[in-house]
Design a protein around this ligand. Structure first.
Ligand code: FEO
Length: 401
């Protein structure tokens, strides 16, 4: 794959990681890319580097456009190792480049790379490349404290690092090439599993871009495909919905099971939800990707989580998923729990307590059933699903506060 022209005087020179299957717990069945960009005026800048093993791939693409020795500036938008891991090797190949990051990024680079000293840039700085300029916007916690956006006004191109990214390996570099349905879906999977707990900071960052008057005709993130033209407002609108906590009247149902009883309950409950006219998607946690369940939950207003009792408590799969949600802090959603038990019970109580602690509003008492559900119990589960669905239908469409 060659270096790819992105916009006026900007080139994609990043790397494609077809084999990545896990990004700190977020399953990535479609791999990812580590995007880096050359910005060429009379002088040349490299915005972001790549994960360390991919430096040769980056440098080979750089060489198609310019001798690395001619690069005079390297911008580190983010110190997480998928972007900054290869920095020392890239610096060695670009001996005439000075390196800059946000204040927190300067400290992060020193921490990661044995005291490596680089320069600081902030919102008031403009770096003139001769015919092209770069401007900067520190955006703490989008995704780490050091995160920063870089903008080239002459090309109308925003390089916002993790924001607006997708974990999507592709031979195509643009959303319009790979198709907007897939690109927007993967934008949502990424937002749900990485940025959901940072919605306020993401929202503030997009406000700052507007306040700065940056005319972003191209948005070139550090992962996945690049957004251009009328794709940009569609992406911004999706982020607005998610940061504002907009939900749809539908239900995500996830469960784990030992001997199939909780599965039978899950299916009857889902039928009850559907009977009230609400879409519902069912996930067996044993063979579903956590990242897919969480993407479905992103805009769902209702969440049902089921599992049987083992050793007086939850199955490990249910507890593991709750741990994932505890970090992501979904807001503005109703929940309830269900499951089978053999004698003492305990899973539903534990699950409900965890759901409440995460911030879900409990909309129904748990539905519990002993050993294997009989026809009467499946009918009760169906009715329980209907009651939950009615509560979801009547709940507000936006997270409060
Ligand atoms: Fe793509 Fe926060 O790293």
């Amino acid at each position: 794959m060659r270096a790819v022209p992105v916009s006026d005087a900007i080139w994609w020179v990043g790397a494609v990681d077809w084999g990545l299957r896990d990004f700190h717990g977020y399953e990535t069945p479609r791999g990812t890319t580590y995007n880096a960009y050359l910005v060429r005026g009379e002088r040349t800048a490299l915005v972001d580097t790549v994960k360390a093993p991919f430096v040769p791939e980056l440098l080979s693409r750089v060489r198609e456009v310019v001798d690395p020795a001619a690069i005079e500036l390297i911008v580190v938008n983010h110190v997480e190792p998928d972007h900054n891991g290869g920095l020392p090797e890239v610096m060695a190949a670009c001996p005439n480049a000075r390196v800059v990051a946000s204040r927190s990024g300067v400290a992060g680079v020193a921490e990661y790379h044995d005291g490596l000293s680089i320069g600081e840039v902030g919102a008031d700085d403009v770096i003139d490349l001769g015919g092209r300029t770069l401007r900067f916007l520190p955006v703490p916690m989008v995704h780490w404290p050091d995160s920063m956006f870089t903008f080239c006004p002459e090309a109308g191109t925003l390089m916002p690092n993790d924001a607006f990214g997708q974990h999507l390996a592709s031979s195509q570099r643009f959303a319009g090439e790979i198709g907007m349905p897939l690109a927007l879906e993967q934008l949502g999977v990424y937002y749900a599993n990485i940025l959901m707990p940072l919605g306020r900071q993401v929202s503030r960052a997009t406000e700052k871009v507007v306040e700065a008057g940056w005319d972003c005709r191209t948005v070139a993130p550090s992962h996945g495909v690049i957004w251009r033209g009328d794709e940009v407002p569609r992406v911004l609108d999706a982020y607005r919905r998610w940061t504002e906590g907009e939900t749809e009247a539908r239900v995500t149902l996830a469960f784990a099971t030992m001997w199939g009883s909780t599965r039978l309950l899950a299916e009857s409950i889902a039928d009850g939800v559907a009977a009230e006219g609400l879409p519902v998607r069912v996930f067996d946690l044993a063979d579903s990707l956590v990242s897919d369940v969480t993407f479905d939950l992103l805009e769902a207003r209702g969440f049902l989580l089921g599992g049987p009792t083992l050793h007086h408590g939850m199955l490990q799969r249910v507890a593991g998923y709750l741990q994932w949600l505890e970090g992501l802090k979904p807001a503005g959603k109703l929940a309830a729990t269900f499951g089978s038990y053999g004698w003492g019970g305990g899973a539903c109580k534990q699950t409900q307590e965890r759901l409440e602690a995460i911030g879900f509003s409990i909309a129904a008492e748990p539905y519990q059933q002993k050993y294997r559900p009989a026809a009467q119990e499946l009918a009760e589960a169906f009715e329980w699903g209907r009651v939950f669905a009615r509560a979801v239908a009547e709940a507000p469409a936006k997270a409060q506060g």
